[in-house]
Structure formats: structure tokens, C-alpha cells
Design a protein around this ligand. Structure first.
Ligand SMILES: C[S@@+](CC[C@H](N)C(=O)[O-])C[C@H]1O[C@@H](n2cnc3c(N)ncnc32)[C@H](O)[C@@H]1O
Length: 231
């Protein structure tokens, strides 16, 4: 086994309601082990799932980890998997929180945001929310690291990140066949037809591209007479 395989080796257990890692999460994991994005940093992870990334954040040397899930039950799975793989002595702040609705500021926010199954009319809701409001959880020059599908429109994400004060880039991409559940959602299959370059077809098989995106807040201060509360 290589050192990278060692980093990725983990004993994960999941209940019926837990999110089983998909190629999206696996690609973010691969990028986390290949690159040094988190060492020495205070990390906020949104939607920890079965802690597949939470464990890597620790192994890659995060200074502190705050990991969230939307329900206590899902968070319990994340906590149990984290403890089983890293031991009882490592501190972690586990929080039930609705996306960015939590306290504090961090050096970097890491996430695999819900998209196809976001449960929102705007499937990009969690991505767009991250781009618009992620800065509230970030320190100056803070960073975002997340994975998204080509079907969620990567050029749109990069454009919006730039508009919202980030220097952003695609770190690395990979291609993979559609998940079975895409075909079960007729509205999704229709929506993706409107996304330019959203997918490609080879030999009768539909493929999406998965991209990990890194964005860093540019230094900025509001104009002196901006409409801010308390002025
Ligand atoms: C695409 S899954 C990613 C899970 C895991 N990080 C992975 O990559 O395998 C998205 C996760 O976000 C969680 N989630 C959904 N809505 C959320 C919300 N409003 N706030 C926080 N987490 C949420 C889900 O329960 C799920 O675990």
C-alpha cells in the first residue's frame, strides 16, 4: 500500500439514513490526500456524512475540526466513525447545524454540498448559499474547498465566486458515469439538458465531470458609506 492508500484506508459504518460516499466524495477525498489544503488550519466541514472527509482532515493535519450534520442521528454516525478511526483523544467539535447557520469563523470550509438530491427548487441552493454567505464563517482571506458536478455548472460557480470576492480555480477533475438515481428523477434529467457542457455521452453511456474547486477570499473592506447596521 502507498502512503496515499494508508491515508484513505478507514473503517466506516453507516445506518440506513446515512449518506454512503459516492464518487463525488471519493474525488474530494483523493484531492484532500494529494494536496495540502488543511494542515495547521481551523476547518469547518459542512455535511460530514459518515465522516469520510472528517477523518482525512485530521490525518492531513488540521489544527481543529468543526463538523456539522443536519440531524443528531446523522451527526452521531459521523462522531462514531471519527472516534473509531482516530481514537478518543483527538478533539472535535460536532454540531447539528443547518448549513452555514452556526457560530464562529474558520480558516477554511470543506464540503461536498447536496446537489441532485438537495431537496430545493434551486438544486444549486447549497452551492449558491456557500458562495454568497460562506464569508460569514471565514476569516479574512479564508478559503472554500468543495466538489461539484459539471451538471451543477462549473463556469457559473467560478463566475459567482469571482463576483463575490474570491480567487477561484478548479484544482482537479475526473469523469464518471451517471449514478443510477439520476435516471429516476425525470425533472433532474430535464434540467441538466439546459447546462452547457453538463455531461457527455460516450458509447451510449452518460458521463459527468467531477471538479474540486478551491476559492480564496481576496482582501476587501466595504466602502466607507456602505449601508451597514450601526452606522
Ligand atoms: C452529498 S452528501 C456528502 C456527505 C459526505 N461529506 C460525503 O462526501 O460523502 C451531503 C451531506 O450534507 C448533509 N446535509 C444535507 N442538508 C444539510 C444542511 N442543511 N446542513 C448541513 N448538512 C446537510 C447530508 O445529510 C449529507 O450527509
Amino acid at each position: 500500500m502507498t502512503h496515499l492508500d494508508d491515508l484513505l484506508a478507514m473503517d466506516l459504518q453507516a445506518g440506513e439514513d446515512d449518506w454512503t460516499p459516492t464518487p463525488h466524495g471519493q474525488w474530494l477525498a483523493a484531492v484532500l490526500v494529494e494536496h495540502d489544503f488543511v494542515s495547521g488550519k481551523d476547518v469547518l466541514e459542512l455535511g460530514a456524512g459518515v465522516a469520510n472527509h472528517t477523518i482525512l482532515l485530521h490525518r492531513r493535519g488540521a489544527r481543529s475540526i468543526t463538523a456539522t450534520e443536519i440531524t443528531p442521528g446523522l451527526l452521531e454516525t459521523a462522531g462514531a466513525n471519527f472516534r473509531r478511526n482516530v481514537g478518543d483523544d483527538v478533539e472535535i467539535d460536532l454540531r447539528v447545524a443547518d448549513w452555514l447557520s452556526t457560530d464562529g469563523t474558520f480558516d477554511i470550509v470543506v464540503t461536498n454540498p447536496p446537489f441532485c438530491q438537495s431537496g430545493k427548487q434551486n438544486r444549486r441552493y447549497f452551492l449558491d448559499s456557500l458562495i454568497l454567505d460562506g464569508h460569514k464563517r471565514l476569516r479574512p482571506e479564508g478559503e472554500l474547498l468543495f466538489v461539484q458536478s459539471s451538471m451543477a455548472d462549473v463556469p457559473r460557480t467560478l463566475r459567482r465566486l469571482d463576483q463575490n470576492g474570491y480567487d477561484a480555480r478548479v484544482v482537479d477533475s475526473t469523469s464518471g458515469p451517471f449514478r443510477d438515481y439520476y435516471f429516476e428523477d425525470a425533472a433532474f434529467m430535464e434540467e441538466i439538458e439546459g447546462v452547457e457542457g453538463g455531461y457527455e455521452e460516450r458509447g451510449g453511456v452518460k458521463y459527468e465531470t467531477l471538479s474540486v474547486i478551491h476559492a480564496k477570499l481576496r482582501p476587501w473592506a466595504p466602502h466607507a458609506n456602505a449601508h451597514l447596521p450601526g452606522r
